[in-house]
Design a protein around this ligand. Sequence first.
Ligand code: NAD
Ligand code: ZN
Ligand code: ZN
Length: 387
Amino acid sequence: MKALTYHGSNKVQVDNVPDPTLRELDDILLRVTATAICGSDLHLYRGKVPSVQSGDILGHEFMGIVEDVGSGVTDLKRGDRVVIPFVIACGSCFHCRLAEFSACETTNTGDGGALNAKDMRPPAALFGFSHMYGGIPGGQAEYVRVPKANVGPIVVPDALSDDQVLFLSDILPTGYQAAVDGGVTEGSTVAIFGAGPVGLMAAACCRMLGAEKIFMVDQHPYRLAFAQQAYGVVPINFDDDEDPAELIVAQTNRRGVDVSIDAVGFEAKGSTTETILTTLKLEASSGKALRQCIAATRRGGTVSVPGVYVGFIHGFLFGDAFDKGLSFKMGQTHVQKHMPTLLDAIGEGRLDPGAIITHRMKLVDAAEGYRVFDEKEEDCRKVVLTP
Ligand code: NAD
Ligand code: ZN
Ligand code: ZN
């Protein structure tokens, strides 16, 4: 089959690789009908994530048709049309019973990303996400072996198109969990840093949950303009206003917002020092977006972080967070927990995640898709690939 594989920093290509086969009793084989490129793929693509090996199949946002099922699969049959969560979870361990699926302690043969993990069990395995998370072949492929198929893959109604439901796999639950973790409710004020796909899904979900005012910060006018038109955000371009948090505090009665959402992560732009330090590996993550979140949030408010972070940050301003009594929520999304709620919301027309798609390409052209999404060319917001 054909699959998008990693061959070093900024080098991916579509290769012919062996077809996957069923291995465990609760595996399914999926024929992929649609798969997206995620902002997390860009961290891997840029060579910023350790333990990605040459030849690894990337991709963790995908859906398709069940081609074959193991004898232990109870809820799915051949021909079912399903969306696959990017998190692989057993459904029965300590964390899965708490609906903390991305902390599943039984699926990952890797060590996870924590630097000071002691002998703690690793978090869940993820599709196409480096050997720290299990080295599981990903979804930017014609076929995928899906482990733990009794826990997660969700059957979707034929009335909904692939475009409408594909993002249930990752960015939609990620945006939703960011909003729910932040405690967003009727009347909330929110600041979202990052107008990429995750920030846009967070904006859509904040709107659905009744947020009153949403500020959105980025440097790409076309992304901000879309968010303004689609979700009614107040756009702030940090190329024009270099201290967006100051602007946000000024516009919220000198209090700050109830919730800030960091949908940027460790490659945040805007601090030359940190860009140099991270390139030299003297700093693991840039703290630019996180510091802005801390500064923009009101006393007693919450900073919710779906953006991915790695290792250490020196300029974290933990003292400011303490002074303001902030709460922090973060982590990989517990996708399985949110999928049914969000499928209902799509079915009822309360969410239209497919509206952010700008690029539809064939899987064979995936390398070009990575380049365009990474370079933000052609006003690219989201790339969907079809085998
Ligand atoms: P993306 O790269 O398309 O979007 C990131 C956006 O942040 C870009 O538009 C960029 O211009 C903007 N940005 C950069 N520096 C900024 C700054 N200092 N302030 C404000 N905006 C800034 O990616 P995406 O798909 O939207 O993903 C965003 C983050 O979410 C990534 O770190 C990704 O790995 C992460 N993610 C996490 C989960 C999870 O489970 N927690 C799931 C999906 C994605
Ligand atoms: Zn992702
Ligand atoms: Zn588990």
